[in-house]
Design a protein around this ligand. Structure first.
Ligand code: CP3
Length: 347
């Protein structure tokens, strides 16, 4: 099978014959095949068995014919080796037995050594590099989103403990940002060295911060991370939910792709960040529950907007959810390919 590099070419603003698409959380509970594997293995177990983890990563590529694979892992996987006792509990998410509270807690975190700490993940990437005919996207959680779990002890809606640490102990907060920043740079370098063709930093919960707080407490660390990865030679995607108010700051970052959530239009996002960046997004995932004609009309609208300028990757505005009908996901992918091919050939 010839290698399909449409995803990378579209990001580089090179000619494409169709709009590339992949879905956040494409490997997961929306797939019956995945649910079957989950009857026998936990997420953490799958991540420890490279052949199985590679298979789980490839399954949605085969099933839906998407243009990129995303490594099957979780943002909390590289946090465990730092000395954080994290478990991923079905139906809840990451749960941490020893939440970060003090400077001593932060100082006790040790640096990540991917070759020792994450052998199975790197082996999975090497297997995928051999087996995939589309680019493999590596990823990490961003410092704020990781810190929110590490401080709250689990998923949160209000982030009171996280924000309270920012405001009352800015030195502890910054020490934590520094450690997580180092971890992310090291981890991303090792993923690329082993075969990832692009990376995405997930800052899913960053929208909880105001513009000013983002600028003060998080932006310097994001700046440092993306500068630290600048010479890797792979595209860097930054995604978060509820980020319309932050994009004006994102445009100062050394990234190639702005991940846009579903709350604002692609046009609006582009008008904020300018034409330097490719954009990725941003169908509200819940359209997968709409009648086909409604789903297609919404996808067509996004494709038309996306194609107004070079540099576009179709995605959802956030991850696939467990009850998303898998046949509809396949249908949507086919529709995106066919519709965009027609639009591109009309030019
Ligand atoms: O296809 C892919 O996107 C790759 C796999 C992937 C997972 N998690 C697997 C997973 C990726 C990229 C992630 C990232 C991740 N993990 C994020 C950022 C992306 C986002 O969705 O905002 C976040 C915030 C987490 C933390 C996390 N892990 C949550 C909130 C949950 C859901 C808990 C639940 O059960 O509802 C998880 C668990 C998790 N990570 C699952 C999967 C497939 C589901 C549980 C399972 O199958 O065991």
């Amino acid at each position: 099978m010839t290698f399909n590099d449409t995803f990378l070419r579209s990001i580089r603003k090179e000619p494409i014959d169709h709009v590339p698409v992949w879905y956040m959380r494409q490997a997961g509970r929306s797939q019956a095949s995945y649910r079957k594997i989950k009857e026998k293995h936990s997420l953490m177990e799958i991540c420890e068995i490279p052949e199985l983890c590679a298979e789980v990563t490839i399954a949605p590529v085969r099933q839906h014919n998407v243009d990129a694979a995303i490594l099957y892992s979780d943002i909390m996987i590289p946090v465990k080796p730092l000395g954080i006792d994290v478990d991923i509990v079905a139906g809840i998410g990451p749960v941490i037995a020893n939440p970060i509270r003090t400077l001593a807690d932060v100082q006790a975190m040790r640096p990540l050594e991917p070759d020792n700490d994450l052998k199975a993940t790197l082996e999975t990437i090497r297997i995928l590099k051999q087996e995939l005919h589309v680019p493999l996207i590596g990823f990490a959680g961003a410092p704020f989103t990781l810190a929110s779990y590490m401080i709250e002890g689990g998923p949160s809606r209000e982030y009171h403990k996280t924000k309270a640490m920012m405001y009352t102990a800015p030195d502890v907060w910054q020490a934590l940002m520094d450690k997580l920043g180092d971890m992310i740079i090291t981890y991303m370098k090792s993923q690329v060295a082993n075969g990832c063709a692009a990376i995405q930093i997930f800052d899913s919960w960053i929208g909880a911060l105001s513009q000013d707080d983002y600028r003060r407490y998080v932006y310097p660390t994001m700046k440092r991370i993306f500068e630290g990865l600048a010479d890797l030679g792979v595209p860097k995607i930054y995604f978060g939910a509820n980020t319309g108010h932050l994009l004006d700051q994102w445009k100062e970052l050394n990234i190639e792709v702005v991940g846009v959530d579903w709350r604002i239009g692609l046009n609006q996002a582009r008008s904020i960040v300018g034409s330097k960046f490719a954009v990725q997004g941003n169908l509200d995932p819940v359209y997968l529950l709409a009648p086909k004609a409604v789903l297609e009309a919404e996808a067509a609208k996004i494709i038309d907007q996306g194609l107004e300028q070079p540099g576009f990757v179709f995605n959802l505005g956030h991850g696939l959810f467990p009850t998303a009908p898998e046949d509809v996901v396949t249908h949507l992918t086919q529709f995106i390919h066919d519709y965009s091919k027609r639009r591109l050939s009309e030019r």
